[in-house]
Design a protein around this ligand. Structure first.
Ligand code: BGC
Length: 371
């Protein structure tokens, strides 16, 4: 049977109890789960709580479908997950860390929520992953789109300026999931939006991802201190475990004695994407191949960096939607973004957004198969 491209509201994801943080009671009824399906049978599910991608079903080399995104089948589990893994969510207003939760714009210092040791991580205590977004279906050529909007208040989590954000997920018939980010502000502020899906191309819950083969189109990365804040250096990956310029299994060099791997508990770093001079469009950032299933994920982005985090903090305590444990390194994230702590790093590409400007970035996740 040929599937028609469709977007369906699957269910109300209403809940009965007040969750730990991040949601007002009046918002409960507006939490929904949306399903996008393309002509090839690929299915992506998204909830407007946190703009979270809850499921991505893609074929293997024999056409067998599996859900390759870690996550839950109910919103309460997202709200209450221990250690806040940010499964599938849109992270903002600033994805990644800002040193000591502080930055200065035009001589004025802003103090942000501090939620990761002494630093600010992923937008603060109630980041964009823990708020309810408005959702709207859009008709587009050769695909189906879900547009999510959220307006962050001036002062929310310490950031200046009211920020109006639009994130559009588009599933196309070539098994690509495109994410378009837009934002405008009423005061100068820092913005760095990203997508935090954990992938396991064997299928969520099917062991670790150490045998997935990863290629990163990046000859440099941003080394960090013990708190995972960049030192400011752009270091060559050549001759180090960080060299993924040629595809290799994720786990091949992960246990090498290297101070950066100690700091991250494995890979949890930002790579500097190699981009031809003057090119501001989409470039290939990463390719991941899972040898057993033949599933391949390619990521293109307009962003300058990509955080490769290989699930070092997963430890089997979280059980996903199919009841299986998410073991240590049971998923990897490839978060396209500007570099961590850019607001305090004058030599990094700027994340400053001023009134009158439009923040605009795009990332595309292409799902393919290899022989
Ligand atoms: C960060 C990790 C963090 C994880 C979950 C990733 O983006 O790089 O350090 O533990 O998100 O919060």
């Amino acid at each position: 049977m040929r599937y028609l491209m469709s977007l369906m509201i699957l269910s109300l994801w209403g809940i009965n109890s007040m969750a730990e943080a991040g949601i007002r009671e009046s918002d409960f009824d507006s939490i929904k789960l949306y399903e996008m399906k393309n002509a090839k049978g690929m299915v992506v599910k998204v909830t407007n709580y946190g703009a979270i991608i809850t499921s991505i079903q893609v074929p293997d080399r024999h056409g067998k479908m599996a859900d390759v995104a870690l996550g839950y089948d109910n919103v309460e589990s997202y709200m209450n997950a221990v250690d806040k893994p940010y499964f599938g969510s849109i992270v903002g207003r600033y994805g990644n860390r800002i040193a000591k939760g502080k930055f200065t714009i035009d001589g004025e210092e802003y103090k942000l929520a501090v939620n990761n040791g002494e630093n600010h991580l992923h937008g603060g205590v109630i980041g964009f992953d823990k708020v309810v977004w408005n959702a709207q279906e859009l008709k587009v050529k050769n695909g189906t789109s879900l547009q999510l909007t959220y307006t962050a208040k001036d002062g929310e989590e310490g950031y200046p300026g009211e920020l109006s954000v639009t994130v559009t997920y588009t599933l196309t018939n070539d098994n690509s999931l495109r994410v378009d980010y837009k934002a405008t502000t009423t005061k100068a502020t820092h913005v760095n939006l990203t997508q935090h899906t954990y992938f396991n191309l064997k299928g969520e819950g099917n062991g670790d991802i150490l045998d997935h083969e990863l290629m990163l189109n990046a000859s440099r990365y941003t080394p960090v201190d013990a708190g995972l804040i960049p030192t400011g250096e752009l270091a060559d990956v050549k001759g180090t475990p960080f060299d993924y310029t040629t595809a290799k299994p994720i786990g091949r060099d992960i246990n090498e004695a290297h101070q950066q791997l100690e700091f991250g508990g494995g890979f949890d770093h930002n790579w500097v994407i190699d981009r031809p001079e003057g090119n501001t469009g989409l470039v290939l950032a990463a390719r991941v191949t899972e040898p057993q299933s033949g599933r391949v994920l390619e990521i293109e982005t307009t962003e300058p960096g990509i955080q490769f985090y290989c699930g070092n903090f997963l430890d089997g305590r979280l059980k996903g939607k199919s009841g299986k444990e998410y073991v240590h390194r049971g998923g990897f994230c490839l978060e396209t973004q500007h570099y961590p702590d850019s607001p305090n790093q004058p030599n990094f590409p700027s994340t400053l957004l001023k009134p009158g400007e439009t923040y605009s970035t795009t990332t595309v996740f292409h799902f393919k198969t290899a022989k």
